[in-house]
Design a protein around this ligand. Sequence first.
Ligand code: IVH
Length: 661
Amino acid sequence: MAPMADKTELLQLKKEIERHNKLYHEQDNPEISDAEYDALYQRLKELENILGADQDSPTQQVGAPSSRKFEKHNHLKPMLSLSNVFSDDDFYKFEERVLKRLNTDKTTFSVEPKFDGIGISLTYENGKLTKAVTRGDGETGEVVTDNIKTIVKVPHVIEHSSPKTIEIRGEVFFRLDDFSNINSKLEADNLKTFVSPRNAAAGTLRNLDIEIVKQRPLDIFFYGIGGHSDDANYKSYEEFVNFLKKNNFPVCDLISFGNAEHVVGSVAKILSSREDLDYEIDGAVVKVNDFLHQQKLGFVSKAPRWAVAWKFPASEKYSKVTDILFSVGRTGIVTPYATIEPVLISGANISNVTLHNMDELSRLDIKVNDTVLVKRAGDVIPQITKVNADVRDGSETEVNIPNQCPSCGNTLKTEGPFMKCDAGMSCPAQLLGYFEHFVSRKAMNIDGLGYKINESLINLGFVSQVADLFKLRQHESKLKSLEGFGEKSIDNLFTSIEAATNPTLEVFINSLGIPEVGESTAAALARHFKSFDVLRSASFDELMGIDSIGDVVANKILNFFKSDPIGIDALLEVLEVQNFQLGDLDHLDGLKIVITGSFDEYSREELKDLIKERGGIPSSGVSSNTNYVILGENPGSKHKKALDLGIEIITEENIKPFLKI
Ligand code: IVH
């Protein structure tokens, strides 16, 4: 850390901390660890002690937390995750494994919805609620007792048969009406809305401002038991549920108990009632009822062997197409999309759906005013899967396919199923698209350039290529006099532009926005060529020499440098360095890494590529030469071997820091 106190560093830190506060409290999407945050905060205080603190500093806000943190607490018993089943077959296999391990021919299960909310653990001591703790990393969570106490349904005392100590687990969520009211209010106040009820629940539960929490009616269902004293002697989940009900803990009334056939029928019932529920569920949870059986079955990695999440398929809903429009991306491809009457699907409010290309338009035979089926699977972008032609009433109108670019009027070309505007950076939409990419966090990371400001800068003629961004200072006085451009925000903008003039090679390559070249390919190119000039003059064969690059990408790179749509030389002139340094791309150099099991966020192939890009060697068998094992769900014997040999294990939640993504 720089020992000297300098105003630029102070301004940047302030902005950075404000951004992290937002990510953490409003979007529930922190980018840095608490320790990293604390270090930034302490440094800001240090600088302010020397240079003085502005009124608007995050350290000066009323009730400013000395840190953004809630207090931490270790769960008596870890809060686990669940392995998944997706079909009757999967479930019967689960039953078979359970019976085999128990050495029995029957056992009873519980079935209930899997609530799409946020897990919470409530500790009662001598019958009194003493702590409410979030799941956190499963071992340690944050103490949010005051926020939980805003939920009127949460009992503060256990009246009947309270054990000395008990952790009671449940899920905090919003009902759909409440969620839409919250978003309407945020919208009316010109604030960012939540993308889903789950996201809203997370953001509210971990909000440091109790007044905000009080205004939002969180709800809760209880479904589990954590650590407890010996006097809590329920023999089954059913007995525990009865204890919960007797003490007024809200339990979902769709819960039932029975054999495997009963489970299959109940899950089907829950699935069919899904659309009628006024809260979001993303599956059902099936648990072995008998606690002795649960104990015998135990755990594997972080999930119990006695329970599974039965995941439901992506939900689909009908909506109406209000218009079909065309947007121009940074590469000039013109993409049709439908605006629809907003619908909430798998937790997200959908109002725009991409139609991909012209072929898709004719395949669907879609018209404005059509009723369409919209589907969204998890994080996947929403799709229109079907047009319901049976309910057409004559009010439908044909799509107006443009011949000219909707942004610059240039005549469009056809490239296979795509329409393309080849005006390059002289087309405002392409310039804007390119700008958005260039300034984004994973590219040059220039803060303060939102869509609106970018658009104004382009419309005002201050920037016609990205290099102009670095010459904005010459328009300083004009910019500051414009409506919507506060003096302070312009100063901050200059600070972050200046801070961006020294990118690493991989960041610079990624910023160029070469079609098909994302973060990981940019890293592979940087690692391989080590110099921008060498990359820029590389031949097809040299590009093909890189493992993760095939002929399509190689040609895109060659074309990009040949046509240079963005003004690379002008950009190199304004950047401080032309001999870019490599970032920390090879921290896994020579390390042997074994991947076992499956992962939510990555395929094994992706993980292998990421390891290779960082110089690591993906290996198949675990031996004493192995440096790390990356452990997913349902790992094989490699897990045990790694444990036996004492090899360091990386679990899915630690993959990002491990790979430095
Ligand atoms: S039982 C080991 N029951 O799903 C037992 N969990 O993927 C796990 N969840 O962290 C808890 N609804 O936050 C259970 N009816 C339900 C649930 C449920 C939602 C969440 C819970 C857990 C996650 C596991």
